[in-house]
Design a protein around this ligand. Structure first.
Ligand SMILES: [Zn+2]
Length: 635
């Protein structure tokens, strides 16, 4: 069964929000400096596999009426994000937007281009560089600046430069301190779970169109391609640090623990250009994304925007960001930054104000309404983040998921509680009858709650799955947040059609990122795979020597099993170890990424074992494997 129409109630709700006059300034900004588009929006990789298609968003072209299956505010935002091409931001600054979820920015240096944030994938980055070359002439890439440690800001680096260029000193790579560790640090432990949940956040498997995927808030969509990564050659370590890059002066502001654990803004003092990285966007951001992550620090986020204004606002002529479109003019930039600063501060302060009155996160989310001061501007509305979710993030950061009520301290899991609720409701038919009545009245949040009990009690109940799908779909059609919409519509689709088929090459994405891991991170990822039930009574350890690490204190590691867990520590060897292994970090990475095996590497002479090889088999033979398509909307 495919997507349905808007219910009369959804159509009415959306229509009621469609009477607002939008400020034309954003449409002017998104078109300003337009030079050219790519001839075809379709971008494939070298093997001809699909990566991205900006033409798929033609349905969002300016002037089309908002369909009743899309929240009008989200529709308007999506039509702005759907603009794509090469744009001149200022004499000396160009951006390519709309061929990836993020922007790639080209600054004209003395010898070549300084590139800020080379997108998510090498094919979209290469396509953008080609568009720049076609219209502005060929210039080499003399430097790459990564604004922060998220994949959509570095993953395309090999599309514009190469390891050889960097090693030869022809291309500098500049990043905030701790960048490399944080590129994997945020997802090392939770990678497989986060990846699956991200398909809901970004609507990865939804068809494009008014009944499916329309936007991702930060951009239209994410490309389908594994990321690449080149390590930085220079770290920015303090706020106020100044570099001259290809003849251009840049002053940096470090903003750790904001939108990303390692992030920085920067200013070009000779021109008045301000890059706000992803600390500001043309939307309210996430204090925790719905894919899941460590909760971000809303208070610091706000304070760093304030610090930025103190440092640069008076001198700024144009501000551009890693997503969405720029803002021109000192006064407009100041107003924009003030609102963004106050938005994060407001969400933080008001959540904690109500929490200190004893309200729980669900109650706060229901109580707080975004004030008119923020609703009046597009960039402080929730097209990516959503107030009801951000409130819970703030609460969680200070007080955890637990609301303090012991009735909720040790609740039954969904299937157990579902069975009992279905019984209490008088059986599946009675529950469905009541839920259908609520559905007809448009009480969708309640329908989602009760029918979810039945789906978890009996996932084979087709009537329950269908009603739940219909309900989530209407919630999606009403959502102003693209991530909420994507999640609801993904849920509806999977209730109707089941989870997506497992991708053929499960490890591709993992493999390219895994290479950035430290030994410590690597062992941590192995430790969460230990099948505890199989290693009872086993206490053993092995010594590792890694011969390819720059820091010699990291050469020696002890790794083993103890009390059904894996431990690892560096700096020494254990005299009682069952075996000693000498290899390189690179070899171990390939073994873990399953591109090779320990016996093959022994044969090739890249790994040697002295002692009991069985110990190594015991450690590596009891590791779990994760499948990417686990169920979400059903047990
Ligand atoms: Zn981003």
């Amino acid at each position: 069964m495919s997507a349905k129409s808007a219910s009369p109630i959804t159509a009415k709700k959306n229509a009621a929000q469609n009477n607002r006059e939008f400020d034309p300034i954003d449409l002017e900004r998104v078109q300003r400096g337009f030079i050219a588009k790519r001839e075809s929006g379709l971008i494939n990789d070298a093997e001809g596999r699909f990566v991205f298609d900006s033409d798929a968003f033609e349905f969002l072209r300016d002037g089309r009426d908002c369909p009743d299956t899309v929240n009008p505010h989200l529709w308007r935002h999506a039509t702005l994000n759907a603009h794509h091409g090469l744009f001149m931001v200022a004499e000396g600054v160009w951006q390519v937007r709309g061929y990836d979820i993020s922007n790639i920015t080209f600054i004209k240096g003395a010898q070549g281009w300084i590139v800020i944030d080379p997108l998510s994938a090498q094919d979209t980055a290469r396509a953008s560089y080609e568009l720049v070359t076609k219209h502005l002439g060929h210039r080499p890439i003399t430097a790459v600046i990564y604004t922060h440690s998220h994949v959509d800001h570095f993953g395309g680096v090999l599309g514009i430069t190469s390891k050889e260029e960097v090693d030869a000193g022809k291309c500098r790579i500049i990043a905030p301190v701790h960048f490399l560790q944080e590129t994997v640090g945020e997802n090392v432990i939770a990678g497989p779970a986060m990846g699956r949940r991200a398909t809901y956040q970004f609507g990865a498997f939804l068809p494009r169109g008014p009944q499916g995927h329309v936007d991702c808030g930060l951009g239209t969509a994410t490309p389908v391609s594994p990321p690449t990564l080149l390590a930085p050659t220079e770290d920015i370590t303090f706020t106020g640090e100044e570099l001259v890059v290809d003849g251009i002066r840049i002053i940096f502001q470090l903003t750790p623990e904001t939108e990303a654990p390692a992030e920085m803004n920067f200013f070009f003092p000779d021109f008045g250009w301000l890059c706000m990285a992803e600390n500001c966007s043309q939307t309210m951001h996430n204090l925790v994304p719905i894919r899941g992550a460590l909760v971000r620090n809303a208070l610091n986020w706000s304070k760093y925007i304030n610090e930025n204004m103190e440092m640069f606002a008076d001198k700024t002529t144009v501000m551009f960001m890693s997503h969405n479109w720029p803002v021109w003019g000192t006064e407009d930039v100041r107003q924009f930054l003030t609102l963004q600063r106050d938005l994060y501060r407001w969400m933080h302060d008001q959540t904690m104000r109500l929490a200190n009155h004893g309200l729980t996160s669900l109650e706060i989310a229901q109580t707080l309404v975004l004030p008119d001061e923020f609703l009046a501007h597009e960039h402080t509305r929730g097209f990516y983040g959503d107030l009801v979710h951000n409130v819970k993030a703030v609460y969680q950061r200070y007080l955890s998921w637990y609301d303090g009520n012991p009735a909720n301290l040790n609740k039954l899991p969904p299937t157990e509680v579902g069975k009992r609720y279905v019984q209490l409701a008088g059986g599946p038919d009675a529950l469905l009858k009541s839920a259908q009545q609520s559905f007809n009245e448009g009480d969708y949040r309640w329908v989602a709650e009760v029918v979810n009990h039945l789906v978890f009690a009996d996932p084979t109940n087709k009537a329950a799955r269908d009603l739940q799908a219909d309900c989530l779909e209407q919630l999606g059609y009403q959502s102003e947040s693209s991530t909420f919409r994507n999640a609801y519509l993904m849920g509806a689709q999977e209730l109707r059609k089941g989870p997506p088929p497992a991708p053929k090459s499960v490890n591709v994405r993992a493999r390219s990122m895994i290479r950035a891991m430290t030994i410590d991170q690597l062992f941590d990822t192995l430790a969460v795979r230990v099948m505890s039930e199989q290693v009872g009574g086993i206490n053993l350890c092995v010594n590792w020597t890694f011969t390819d690490l720059a820091n010699t204190s990291d050469h020696k590691w002890v790794q083993g099993l103890s009390n059904r867990t894996m431990f690892a520590h560096s700096g020494r060897h254990e005299a009682t170890a069952a075996a000693s292994i000498v290899t390189t970090r690179a070899t171990l990475l390939e073994v873990i990424a399953q591109t090779t095996t320990i016996p093959d590497e022994m044969t090739a002479g890249n790994l040697s074992i002295d002692g009991d090889a069985g110990a190594l088999i015991t450690i590596f033979g009891n590791l779990d494997k994760f499948t990417p398509g686990f169920a979400i909307v059903e047990p």
